[in-house]
Design a protein around this ligand. Structure first.
Ligand code: SF4
Length: 358
């Protein structure tokens, strides 16, 4: 563990204490984390771990991605290998058949995932895709103990309501970057379009999964703005991707991230969003490299297996990493983590609004 003795407590630990007491991270404090000297990295992670540990203990949630429809997308997101402007060599296929989607669910359950993510490349789902998803989700849930996250592009309120009705637990729709940087990465839809979809999902009664991609030429301030926008939206699950600049995409070769900076990004998201699930998403292996385990002191979730069009490391390596950290994988039916009650205090009531996670 990274925990320090009281006499060694740093300013970062004190900031973590304040966050745990309800302080909302300020813009300057967030920038300070991203721009801290590398020598402070372990102190920052130890402080982020204080916050992570209060909310999630040492648990790690695994997600499994199924690229249910690949390529052929009419949008022009510059980071995406599946866009209409991408010349990347990727598989291109229409929505997978029922047996392939069920096979993916079986694999997700076998690998210990808590959530099975059904992802299609699209501006938004057409009626045939909506019917396929709303038919397969109840079947998957009747066979496996899995939460379902749907990532189908832009949604109307009516589509969101249908996904909720069929048993989808959460919808992924990333903000991707700050509002001010959005036009730099996509011109075929707007940041407001994405906010509208998140509102439709929330209004339908589902959880929000929304995060972003770091390394697309944005400024530190853009990353902070994105983290704070997600805080304002009350997003429950935040995937933090680090750009994999795939050959054939407009952003090919343009990422200059290093592992220390990526860890500071994860820590900043934890400080800014203390009760949200933070997931180390795409680009984990590429950019964190040998420092991957340190990311789980701030984040509490990873994908196991491959990403949409790129390979992840072998699941066995992920399990070994989690075990070596002394952390444990949590499943759908595990009882929610409850933090230990400090001596002399009574446990707070569910819904009290504190950051303890009740
Ligand atoms: S809408 Fe989704 S699949 Fe289509 S180009 Fe953008 S990120 Fe890629």
């Amino acid at each position: 563990m990274l925990s320090l003795m009281p006499a060694q407590r740093s300013g970062w630990n004190q900031l973590a204490d304040r966050v745990l007491d309800g302080h909302r991270l300020t813009f300057d404090e967030a920038l300070g984390i991203l721009r801290a000297a590398d020598e402070e990295l372990l102190s920052i992670l130890a402080a982020a771990y204080q916050i992570r540990e209060r909310r999630f203990g040492n648990r790690v949630q695994l997600y499994f991605l199924m690229n249910a429809k690949s390529g052929l997308c009419p949008e022009d997101c510059s980071y995406c290998s599946q866009s209409k402007v991408s010349e990347a060599e990727i598989p291109r296929y229409n929505l997978l058949q029922r047996d392939k989607l069920l096979e993916g669910a079986r694999l997700a359950a076998e690998r210990g995932s808590k959530t099975y993510c059904i992802v299609i490349s699209a501006r938004g789902p057409n009626e045939r895709e909506m019917q396929a998803v709303t038919t397969i989700v109840p079947e998957i849930k009747s066979r496996y103990d899995l939460n379902i996250c749907a990532c189908l592009g832009l949604l109307t309120p009516e589509q969101a309501a249908r996904l909720k009705a069929c048993g989808v637990d959460k919808v992924n729709h990333n903000l991707n970057t700050s509002e001010s940087h959005y036009a730099e990465i996509c011109t075929t839809h707007t940041y407001q379009d994405r906010l509208d979809t998140l509102k439709a999902v929330r209004d339908a009664g589902m959880e929000l999964c929304s995060g972003g991609i770091v390394g697309m030429g944005e400024a530190d301030e853009d990353i902070v703005r994105m983290a704070f926008s997600l805080r304002e939206l009350g997003v429950e699950s935040i995937p933090v991707n680090f750009l994999n600049p795939i050959d054939g995409t407009p952003l090919a070769g343009k990422s200059d991230l290093n592992p220390r900076y990526c860890l500071k990004v994860l820590a900043m998201f934890r400080f800014a969003n203390p009760t949200s699930e933070i997931r180390i998403a795409g680009g984990r292996e590429l950019h964190l490299r040998s420092l991957q385990p340190l990311g789980l002191y701030a984040a509490n979730s990873i994908f196991v297996g491959d990403y949409l069009t790129t390979r992840g490391q072998a699941p066995e390596q992920d399990y070994r990493m989690i075990e070596d950290l002394g952390f444990v994988v949590t499943r759908v039916n595990d009882t929610p983590w409850t933090p230990p009650t400090p001596a002399g205090q009574s446990a707070c009531a569910p819904g009290c609004g504190s950051t303890c996670g009740n």
